[in-house]
Design a protein around this ligand. Structure first.
Ligand SMILES: [Zn+2]
Length: 494
């Protein structure tokens, strides 16, 4: 059945327009004392009588530690003003006259008044066809109802305003508006879809705002820790351009198909981890793109595969020599080993100056904590026990220096030195690292040529971690991904 004939008429009549002045609403009536009359923002709604007061209990805490509070809800009863009430309407299906079919009531959440919530109950007219063979019936639409939610348009606008501040959690907004947390989430998701998907339909991500010279690609763990997702960022702006489930080459193809060959021709280099096959996927489709292995991932590999392993081996050695206390002490040395000489020296200087790590509190009986010294001393004790710890430090400092180089020639010779240092140790973990550097030599020294900022790669990594925490309890990856897209575009982030 075709409803198009009648629906547009109703829409036109009730075109939403906020009231311009209170004169429209109070035609010279005397107002009761203690009563405020103000525009509702819903010109087609007429209130009948006084509001009804109801109390409900809301939980402001969590499921485990509830904090119950009584909330007030004012329900305003009223009806839709229907200027066509007396005008005969005809059935769009069979052209017979339409007859009244009673009214139907519908309750919508409306703007809160301070800490009490407001509902409005709208009675609206229903009509049916007088032809007994025709099933046509029609309920007049509420022009101020927000699409897809049982709330008014003014409440939707208010909720969207709160969401766009970007500083409140969904739970806070839920308390302020009286809406369910999932409703707030759905409203936020729709806003983000509007912003980041083609025509706001939520089916396909928008094309990147501008061309990118350097891209970063990385993978991260999703909520359950087993599934992975792939992220592509613009390394100059820090904007997330693409997100996809899985860590497969397919997500690279998908990205290239979305942005097109022309867009890709502006990309000069991509930064990625050495243990991924992303670069292969990029080269298959765009042979002009150079690979760069960024400092963040190199250090991450070194810490995870060399520092941690060497420390574990040393611990085993001490235990086998029955030096359990020393083995236990080594357990806490991980961070001293991972720190650079510069950080250790800084911490010792802070200790000498008596710098505070945290303030004392009389109220909570907490003494002040000063920076502990002896980092350099502990470190020299460690290396006197095991020369490999010294090698760790040498390699780290050398990597840092090499990554500061702006000339390919000088960076190459520094990386070659590091490879030699690693080989010199004859330790299996260092030998592994030497092979890693050798097999990815070109990509490493490419860093001297392209300005790839490690800060941006690391920034996005941290962003994923914080957003994952905030987004907990919402097993909706689509919403999580859109939140990430949005957060990466907030200037304060980087
Ligand atoms: Zn009909």
């Amino acid at each position: 059945m075709d409803y198009t004939n009648i629906a547009p008429i109703a829409q036109e009549v009730f075109e939403f327009e906020p009231a311009k002045s209170t004169e429209m609403i109070i035609p010279g009536n005397i107002v009761e004392k203690g009563v405020l009359i103000s525009p509702s923002g819903m010109p087609s709604f007429r209130q009948d009588g006084v509001p009804e007061l109801k109390t409900i209990e809301r939980n402001y805490g969590t499921k485990d530690s509830p904090r119950r509070n009584i909330c007030y809800i004012h329900t305003f009863h009223g009806h839709l003003i229907d200027p066509y009430m007396d005008v005969p309407c005809y059935c769009p299906a069979c052209c017979r006259q339409l007859a009244d079919n009673g009214t139907s009531a519908c309750t919508l959440a409306h703007l809160p008044q301070g800490s009490s919530y407001t509902h409005i109950e709208v009675k609206r007219r229903r009509v049916r066809c007088t032809n007994p063979k025709c099933n046509y019936n029609y309920t007049y639409p509420i022009d101020f109802k927000a699409d897809g939610h049982m709330i008014t348009q003014p409440l939707l606008n208010f909720t969207e305003d709160l969401l766009s501040y970007g500083t409140m959690t969904l739970k806070t907004i839920s308390h302020l508006t009286g809406l369910n947390k999932n409703t707030v989430k759905d409203i936020h998701k729709a806003m983000l879809q509007e912003k980041y998907t083609v025509d706001g339909k939520g089916k396909e991500l928008i094309k990147p705002e501008k061309y990118a010279r350097y891209l970063g690609i990385d993978e991260f763990k999703l909520h359950d820790g087993h599934k992975y997702a792939t992220i592509i960022i613009n390394l100059e702006t820090g904007y997330i351009l693409h997100l996809a489930h899985g860590k497969k080459k397919a997500s690279v193809y998908e990205f290239i198909d979305r942005v097109g060959e022309e867009w890709m021709s502006h990309v000069e280099a991509i930064a990625c981890d050495m243990n991924s096959d992303f670069e292969e996927a990029f080269h298959e489709r765009c042979s002009h793109i150079h690979t760069v292995y960024d400092f963040f991932h190199i250090v991450k590999n070194f810490n995870d595969k060399v520092v941690s392993e060497v420390r574990k081996d040393e611990q085993q050695r001490l235990i086998s020599e029955d030096r359990k206390d020393e083995a236990a002490a080594l357990k806490h040395s991980k961070y001293i080993l991972m720190e650079s000489a510069e950080t250790r020296a800084q911490k010792d200087r802070d200790a000498a100056e008596g710098k505070l790590v945290s303030k004392a509190s009389e109220l909570f009986n907490k003494p002040e904590v000063k920076q502990k010294g002896g980092h350099a001393e502990k470190y020299s004790k460690l290396i006197s026990e095991n020369e490999l710890f010294l090698a760790i430090d040498i390699v780290k400092e050398a990597l840092q220096e090499a990554y500061k180089e702006k000339s390919v020639g000088r960076m190459s010779s520094k990386i070659k030195d590091i490879i030699e240092t690693c080989r010199g140790t004859e330790n299996e973990h260092f030998l592994w690292f030497a092979r890693l550097l050798e097999n990815h030599f070109d990509g490493i020294v490419n860093h001297a040529r392209y300005k790839i900022s490690t800060g941006k790669v690391e920034g996005v990594n941290n962003l994923v971690k914080t957003e994952r925490r905030t987004g907990y309890g919402y097993p909706d990856d689509e919403y999580f991904f859109l939140r990430l897209m949005d957060a990466s575009r907030k200037k304060s982030r980087f």
